[in-house]
Design a protein around this ligand. Structure first.
Ligand SMILES: NC(=O)c1ccc[n+]([C@@H]2O[C@H](COP(=O)([O-])OP(=O)(O)OC[C@H]3O[C@@H](n4cnc5c(N)ncnc54)[C@H](OP(=O)(O)O)[C@@H]3O)[C@@H](O)[C@H]2O)c1
Length: 282
């Protein structure tokens, strides 16, 4: 960097934002690729999404990562929305287009698919997926798996009306027909991949999103929760001989995709994953 220039700034916005692992993940990636930007966190409460995007324009921020509760607000306030953002009504990544306009993207969708490929070596084509939950994360996974060719995406949720909306999203994305439908716990046994996209099991919560005895060896389970890295559900599944993965890969791959959109440089995914783990234990 020229001695007279200050580094460009990128950030995560949300509430809370100070516990976010994004600064650790992105600063590690910036250091590894020799890009002299700084990545920080700004606490922006609900209702502040549009103002944060205005600040991004004025301050010429290089990129924004967006977390709860702002994903819908920034999707609405951006000038240009990717198709997936239009359908999901949520963006987790904002990038400047260079002409003053801001583009809203969603990298959670491909982040899940890439994580599944990396962790389990599974290609999405033809897979039967059972998704527990129907919130923002479930909708992103439903879109990502359906767009990548999953044969079936069954939505199982406490509130059935939300499950239908998420199934509709899978059908809108489906490359192979109409993969989305609302199901029940009875559908778990027939799935190749079972995903916990509910918030059950986060933090000190030791309850489980479904009875682990519904799964058998040969099936793959993914818990999107990454705090803790080993939820009670994952531990019980592993004890039964079920291949079980946590949400760290989705976290690393969605960040990697955002990094590439902002910088145009290939993301060092493994460095990013390790930074996420180190941030947690450090
Ligand atoms: N690994 C990653 O990169 C990544 C990315 C995004 C999110 N996540 C994780 O994914 C989880 C969900 O996030 P989100 O943004 O989708 O949250 P959200 O939009 O608030 O959705 C929460 C979902 O959990 C369900 N739920 C909550 N409490 C429940 C309970 N006691 N019993 C049954 N269902 C319950 C809700 O059901 P109702 O519809 O009935 O309320 C809803 O389907 C969180 O743990 C989050 O940390 C991980």
């Amino acid at each position: 960097m020229d001695g007279h220039q200050t580094p460009r700034v990128a950030a995560v916005i949300g509430d809370p934002a100070r516990h976010s692992r994004s600064p650790a993940i992105h600063n590690a990636a910036l250091a590894a690729t020799g890009i002299e930007w700084v990545f920080t966190a700004f606490e922006v409460p609900a209702g502040g999404g549009a103002a944060a995007l205005e600040a991004m324009r004025v301050l010429r921020l290089a990129g924004l990562s967006v977390t709860m509760p702002l994903k819908a607000e920034v999707a609405e306030a951006a000038d240009v929305r990717d198709d997936v953002v239009e359908v999901l009504g949520a963006a987790n990544c904002i990038l400047p287009l260079g002409d003053g306009r801001l583009r809203a993207a969603n990298t959670d969708t491909d982040g899940f698919v890439s994580g599944l490929q990396a962790d389990a070596g599974l290609e999405p084509e033809g897979l039967r997926v059972a998704l527990l939950g129907a919130g923002g994360a479930a909708r992103a996974v439903a879109w990502g798996m359906a767009a990548a060719g999953a044969a079936e995406v069954v939505l199982i949720n406490r509130t059935p009306s939300k499950a239908q909306a998420a199934a509709d999203i899978a059908n809108a994305a489906g490359e192979a027909g109409q993969p989305g439908r609302v199901g029940s716990m009875d559908d778990i046994a027939a799935a190749d991949v079972v995903v916990n996209a509910t918030s059950v099991g986060m933090g000190a919560d030791t309850s489980m999103p479904c009875d682990p005895t519904l799964l058998q060896p040969g099936q793959v389970a993914v818990d999107l929760v990454y705090e803790p890295l080993e939820t009670a559900w994952l531990a019980a599944l592993r004890q039964r001989g079920v291949e079980a993965h946590n949400g760290l890969s989705m976290l690393a791959y969605q960040a990697a995709a955002a990094f590439e959109l902002w910088t145009g440089v290939e993301a060092p995914v493994e460095v990013m994953r390790q930074a996420a783990v180190a941030d947690r234990t450090g």
